[in-house]
Write a protein that binds this ligand. Structure first.
Ligand SMILES: [Zn+2]
Length: 225
């Protein structure tokens, strides 16, 4: 089995072909330390809630800090495509902080997992947040269990297994809010169940996976146990 360090060597070669990574990590503004990730995300969401978001010098962040010197995105986020769930705003982060995959129902897939494998092996991602949200249409579609046209079947199929075992109401379906939480946990579990690289990183303590639900009405992020 290939070790994580060896994978990083392979991924570094891949880096030259596609995404840009930063080999140096010396500036204090670069990256968030593993032990500080959860506190930073909570603090950022509080700033967002309070209407006290940081003032960003976008030109400097884009050109000088990340465009020229490369990215060091410490925290990966798997969240929904829903227009109300932009993680950079919700967690009050700038350019280059978050490595984000957005797809209906914050559902994992081969491509999503491969993206995070790359983030860990080549870019220094040490934390992944699976961020579900209230009023999720994709989860509601899976709860309804009615067939959708076209390739929308793909995200419904990715969410449906998460609902197994949930208590059902009088209408024969689980509550949407319970389904959103169950889906968040299930998608998170799939990351390591399906990826040897993510499982290895988590087992060695180099990766932390968190689950959270974003309330689209209040703006609050609630981290799950
Ligand atoms: Zn959604």
């Amino acid at each position: 089995m290939m070790k994580l360090r060896e994978l990083r060597g392979v991924a570094a070669i891949a880096t030259t072909l596609a995404l840009s990574a930063c080999a140096t990590h010396t500036e204090p503004w670069r990256g968030i330390a593993p032990g500080a990730a959860l506190a930073e995300l909570k603090a950022g969401n509080e700033r967002f809630l309070d209407g006290d978001a940081r003032t960003h010098d976008w030109l400097h962040e884009r050109i000088h800090e990340t465009g020229t010197e490369g990215q060091v995105p410490s925290i990966g986020v798997l969240t929904c495509a829903d227009s109300r769930t932009p993680p950079e705003l919700i967690f009050d982060q700038g350019i280059g902080s978050l490595f984000v995959v957005r797809i209906a129902g914050n559902s994992q897939s081969d491509v999503a997992i491969g993206t995070f494998e790359y983030g860990i092996a080549a870019l220094g991602v040490h934390t992944i947040v699976v961020l579900g949200h209230t009023k999720c249409g994709a989860v509601a579609a899976a709860v309804a269990g009615k067939p959708l046209p076209g390739m929308m079947t793909a995200f419904v199929a990715a969410i449906t297994p998460a609902l197994a075992g949930l208590p059902k109401g009088a209408d024969g379906a689980p509550s949407t809010s319970e389904a959103e939480i169950a889906n968040c946990r299930w998608q998170a579990a799939q990351l390591t169940a399906r990826s040897e690289i993510l499982a290895m990183a988590k087992a060695s303590g180099e990766l932390t996976i968190l689950c959270a639900i974003y309330d689209v009405e209040t703006g609050e992020v609630r981290f799950l146990e």
